[in-house]
Design a protein around this ligand. Structure first.
Ligand SMILES: [Zn+2]
Length: 227
């Protein structure tokens, strides 16, 4: 299980910048488990999605899934460790094509883990942007998001245009994260969701929360979501 207490990193007060100090092996085991769970839920089918967790802060080392791996069959050697420029420093394989986005989120949010899913509902709702984002308001499940204590919360998830050149898109992602400091994630149009957390357990809770809310909203509105 991902959430085993003994494997959770120590948190600072306020948490986000706690140094996880986990071994790559321990992190890889957790990433493999997250991958299997997301695959089983239909959120990362057909080799889609990618997942990462900070192994050390200084120097920055990020364990991340390699490109093109089936998340339902993932093994620990499908995780590589990269530095702050995306260069592989441990393990073999090509890191996810979206590694630069993971690094941008880690830098901008002090995240300890970043999860990216390609679910049906996030794909549908990402194509419904009005004013550049998706508003989610009034649902009890919003309390699954970090720091949210009441259903009376308005979550605004920015929606970015898709690209095949994420390295070039990093400045845009950084500026959106800066403009929307309270966002718990963002969507990429016709593509999927990015969210994060202090550690993998936090990030997993946010994925589950957001995916639940996407499905509720999608089912409720049905085809009325069509642009
Ligand atoms: Zn993707």
């Amino acid at each position: 299980m991902v959430c085993r207490k003994s494997r959770r990193p120590t948190r600072n007060r306020g948490g986000a910048k706690a140094s996880p100090n986990l071994s790559r092996t321990a992190v890889a085991e957790q990433l493999v488990e997250i991958g299997r769970q997301c695959y089983a839920r239909g959120w990362a089918l057909g080799t889609s999605g990618n997942f990462s967790a900070v192994v050390s802060r200084d120097p920055l080392r990020l364990a991340i899934t390699v490109s093109g791996v089936d998340k339902g069959l993932m093994r620990e050697n499908d995780i590589v460790e990269i530095d702050d420029r995306g260069t592989v420093v441990s393990g073999s394989g090509k890191p996810s094509a979206e590694a630069s986005l993971h690094l941008a989120v880690v830098r901008a949010r002090g995240a300890g883990a970043v999860l990216h899913t390609h679910s049906i509902w996030s794909t549908i709702l990402s194509d419904t942007a009005t004013a550049g984002g998706l508003e989610i308001e009034g649902y009890e499940m919003l309390k699954g998001l970090d720091g949210v204590r009441t259903h009376d919360h308005r979550e605004w998830l920015p929606i970015l245009d898709n690209t095949q050149d994420w390295a070039s898109a990093v400045p845009q992602v950084e500026s959106i994260l800066k403009e929307q400091p309270n966002a718990h994630g963002f969507l990429i149009k016709k593509h999927g969701l990015y969210t994060w957390g202090r550690d993998l357990a936090d990030a997993k809770r946010q994925v589950e929360t957001l995916e639940f809310l996407f499905e509720v909203m999608g089912r409720k509105r049905g085809m009325a979501w069509q642009a």
